[in-house]
Design a protein around this ligand. Structure first.
Ligand SMILES: Cc1cc2nc3c(=O)[nH]c(=O)nc-3n(C[C@H](O)[C@H](O)[C@H](O)COP(=O)(O)OP(=O)(O)OC[C@H]3O[C@@H](n4cnc5c(N)ncnc54)[C@H](O)[C@@H]3O)c2cc1C
Length: 417
């Protein structure tokens, strides 16, 4: 087994965290690594990996222990998912979509101020979602992008949920919906409306589990992207889809509170890219030592330029790991302004640096290392997708950081004359 990215003693991990990370590492290094090439080439969904995630119990990593899951908190999940990202980025990225539906509905909701009635109602509903995951291996997706400013958090979702007797009628379109055609339920963020003429508002955002088999759900378009090809992020269409009242993933109106009070929830796409960063570095070291299997064992480590490049990569990797570990250690409700800014810094750093490391790895190892038969060129392509992920794209992180650094809450400038 490869050494864990974050070691117990150095990073003060608990025995439980190490145990879950080792489980993820064993599974991914043994099974996911050898399947990654196929999923990437075919742009096909890692179905076999999901069967393994179910049989190993990892599918329920963030399901509370009382419902049969591992009960992992955000930090523990992030550490374990980074081990998966090392061997198959697309599996780690889609796993995030599934796990978010458990994270958001479990301790994240528990940290919010809800009335006893809402808490009881949520408890009764989430039990069923967890039962499906733990007992039946059901997989949940997380489609919220619509190609408008909604996914970035600036506008109401255009997908609507019209209240009808015993449930909702969902209409709309989600783009880049990872796991489309493969998830059992789509955890859809939409605007709750009372009549067809209502205009949705962010305040009325609701979060529903739409069964993939429900009438009116369709998956459209092709999927042939640069990277993260195994995510199969096609377009989802909902046309008058009836969704039962029992499929609520959060009580009505709670999502906006969660997004505001628990912003670290948007960092959960990063572990896939921490894993890629580590994998690009590991590959480079093995390659320069002449230890990559399937490649003529030529050593290149004696050239001073290679030593300098690898040193540069080591510095970037350690900087990335350090800020990320700090940010995920701070995750919790109501972070201070500094803590939130550190989360933006961490998100930006991971997404940009995983691609930087993959680029450096290709330059350092050279032409023979970028053949399709080796994982490096896939790491390079997959890593390019990280900074595009909403709501915290690299650009939006810069935007938020610049504003937060220069302005305190409620500060405004006089209009320029
Ligand atoms: C491999 C992959 C898998 C994905 N899986 C999922 C998934 O499962 N679920 C899901 O919901 N989404 C998913 N996405 C979508 C992703 O989160 C983004 O929504 C999508 O990449 C955005 O597309 P775009 O860049 O065309 O967006 P646009 O909305 O056109 O934005 C372009 C850029 O402009 C900037 N921008 C956007 N809005 C604003 C604003 N209001 N102010 C200032 N700047 C702004 C951002 O930096 C953004 O990158 C996935 C994307 C990829 C690449």
């Amino acid at each position: 087994m490869d050494k864990l990215i974050f070691q117990k003693k150095e990073w003060s991990l608990t025995n439980e965290q190490v145990g879950i990370c080792e489980k993820a590492n064993k599974l991914a290094s043994k099974n996911f690594a050898r399947r990654a090439f196929k999923y990437d080439t075919e742009a096909s969904f890692p179905t076999e990996n999901y069967e393994d995630l179910f049989s190993s119990g990892l599918l329920g990593i963030c399901v509370p222990k009382k419902y049969g899951g591992f009960g992992a908190d955000l930090k523990t999940y992030m550490l374990a998912a980074s081990e998966i990202g090392r061997y198959c980025g697309a599996t780690a990225l889609t796993f995030n979509m599934h796990v978010s539906s458990c994270l958001w509905t479990s301790f994240l909701v528990d940290d919010l101020k809800l009335s006893k009635k809402l808490k009881d109602e949520h408890e009764a509903l989430r039990k069923e979602h967890y039962r499906r995951i733990i007992n039946e291996g059901k997989v949940y997706a997380q489609p919220f992008s619509e190609g408008s400013a909604a996914a970035a958090g600036f506008k109401a979702f255009g997908t609507t949920a019209l209240k009808v007797s015993n449930g909702w009628l969902v209409n709309g379109k989600k783009i880049f919906a990872s796991l489309s055609g493969h998830a059992d339920f789509y955890g859809v963020l939409c605007s709750a409306i009372k009549s067809k003429s209502d205009v949705g508002s962010r305040k009325n955002t609701t979060y529903l589990a739409v069964p993939a088999t429900a009438e009116g759900v369709s998956v459209e378009g092709s999927w042939d992207p640069l990277g993260m090809r195994g995510t199969v992020s096609r377009t989802l269409i909902f046309r008058d889809v009836f969704v039962s009242e029992n499929e609520k993933l959060m009580p009505a109106g709670v999502y906006p509170q969660a997004a505001k009070r628990w912003p670290h929830m948007f960092m959960t796409l990063t572990p896939a890219y921490i894993g890629i960063a580590q994998a690009a570095f590991d590959f480079t070291v093995k390659y320069l030592r002449g230890e990559v299997s399937g490649v003529v064992p030529v050593k290149r480590r004696m050239y001073p330029t290679k030593q300098l490049s690898v040193a540069q990569m080591k510095i970037i990797l350690e900087q990335t790991k350090a800020i990320w570990f700090q940010a995920i250690s701070e995750a919790g409700p109501d972070p201070t302004k500094e803590s939130l800014m550190r989360a933006y810094v961490a998100q930006y750093t991971v997404m940009e640096n995983s691609n930087k490391l993959a680029q450096l790895a290709i330059r350092t190892c050279g032409g023979q290392a970028m053949l399709k038969s080796l994982p490096l060129e896939r790491l390079y392509r997959d890593s390019r997708c990280g900074s595009l992920m909403l709501p915290w794209t690299a650009e939006l992180c810069l935007d938020k950081l610049g504003k937060s650094t220069l302005y305190e809450a409620n500060e405004k400038d006089e209009p320029l004359s």
